[in-house]
Write a protein that binds this ligand. Structure first.
Ligand SMILES: [Zn+2]
Length: 180
């Protein structure tokens, strides 16, 4: 059984967002970005990306889709107290447009991870998180957010490092391989 499509956004040939569905709007509100619910329309998708290698992966995925392929890649979209396995399905549409849809493959409860809590007080230091697998770079190793919280002795309610998003080498390999 293929799980149903959840949120959807559509890009035109210039990578501008031309449409989002209600589930996408609801997800933006749920995740602390209500201004994007409608404000995203007409803006280029690159404004919302983290830059560098992470953008390079998306450019490779979009280029492959514009050649006529449908590409499906799994990723993690965790909430503080839930791990969420999603799949991103990119499909070609006429005139160079791309439909970007997500499916929810699975969700699991876990003790809250303060790093992912948008309301947690922040310190001045930064942690680098992979936007695809949600692992965190700690002393040159990529570890789960739970392990990072444990190793850095971060507690619920206490201040936590800021998080910048990018892509880890494993996900970069996996995603470039998906369109190779
Ligand atoms: Zn990763």
């Amino acid at each position: 059984v293929v799980p149903p499509i959840h949120s959807v956004y559509v890009l035109d040939a210039d990578d501008r967002v031309t449409g989002v569905n209600d589930a996408w709007r609801a997800f933006a509100v749920e995740n602390g970005a209500p201004e994007l619910a409608d404000g995203v329309l007409g803006r280029r998708v690159w404004e919302f990306m983290s830059g560098g290698d992470a953008d390079a992966v998306y450019r490779a995925l979009f280029a492959s889709v514009r050649e006529g392929r449908t590409v499906a890649v799994p990723y993690r979209c965790d909430a503080p107290s839930r791990t969420r396995e999603f799949e991103l399905v990119l499909s070609p549409r006429s005139g160079g447009a791309i439909e970007c849809a997500t499916r929810v493959l699975g969700e699991r409860e876990r003790p809250p991870v303060p790093l992912l809590d948008a309301g947690a007080p922040r310190r001045d230091d930064f942690l680098h998180m992979c936007g695809w697998c949600k692992r965190v770079n700690l002393q040159d190793a990529w570890v789960s957010a739970e392990e990072a919280v444990q190793r850095l002795a971060l507690f619920a309610g206490g201040p936590v490092p800021r998080v910048t998003h990018g892509i880890c080498p494993d996900c970069a390999d996996r995603l470039f391989h998906a369109v190779a």
